[in-house]
Design a protein around this ligand. Structure first.
Ligand SMILES: [Fe+2]
Length: 244
């Protein structure tokens, strides 16, 4: 199974001067469209919009639908559940979903806080997640906007509202051997870490003006997304893509 993982597009309409975020999104879409191996799924891990405007979500939706592939969206702190629901028809309470394939369970989580730009995860969402993890023998890949691990290469290393909440989440997830990797956005830079003993990563923002970190000459001036190949036996590979 091949997943195109995109994140942090921060679409702003009307666009701020010289931001180029709409063009960056279009470049990513064009790159995914020309791949020789067609992805099975596109996942946007949030901060779809920058100002929670309907036209911003609509731009992203129209662009993703141009690929002609199934896609999923989860909210980032710049998005709202209400705003997303109006355009994507996602749930208004928690935007959580399980996508199950023959060999994998893919869990899309909602880490929005009611009061903060930081991540949060309440008892109701934990209960849903626990139910999903208990009910499968398949390998699991988790996608969520906010990383729940400490990012050692980030000037803002901890991005959950409370350590206690992050600990609850990490303790639950790391108690299940079936979870193979946790994928996030939010940090605007590539980071690796662990949720318990499970590898966890953040993917940099696709919008060039929001991108942090160094990626080498091949990525200079080119929006980034990643391809995630999930093997039938529970293994996986990820590769960064530079969109020319
Ligand atoms: Fe962001």
């Amino acid at each position: 199974m091949l997943i195109a993982h995109i994140t942090d597009s921060h679409i702003e309409i009307p666009e701020i001067d010289n931001a180029g975020r709409l063009a960056d999104f279009d470049r990513v879409i064009a790159h995914i469209k020309q791949l020789k191996t067609v992805p099975d799924l596109v996942i946007h891990t949030g901060d779809i919009s920058h100002c929670d405007r309907a036209e911003e979500y609509q731009f992203a939706k129209t662009a993703m639908e141009r690929i002609g592939l199934p896609y999923e969206v989860i909210p980032g702190n710049k998005d709202s559940r209400e705003g997303m629901a109006a355009v994507f028809d996602t749930p208004e309470q928690f935007v959580q979903k399980c996508v199950e394939t023959d060999h994998w369970k893919i869990l899309l989580l909602d880490t929005l806080s009611a009061t903060s730009n930081m991540g949060d995860y309440c008892e109701a969402r934990l209960a849903w997640l626990e139910g999903e993890l208990k009910s499968t023998a398949k390998p699991v890949a988790i996608f969520m906007h906010h990383p729940s691990f400490v990012m050692s290469n980030n000037p803002y290393p901890f991005q959950f509202v409370e350590q206690k909440t992050a600990d609850q989440f990490n303790n639950l997830v790391s108690g299940f051997e079936c979870v193979k990797r946790v994928f996030s956005g939010h940090a605007h830079r590539n980071t690796t870490g662990c949720v318990g003993n499970i590898p966890a990563t953040t993917l940099t923002a696709m919008s060039l003006d929001r991108r942090k970190g160094e990626y080498g000459d091949a990525f200079e001036g080119k929006p980034i997304y990643q391809l995630i190949e999930l093997d039938d036996d529970g293994g996986f590979q990820t590769t960064l893509q530079a969109c020319g």
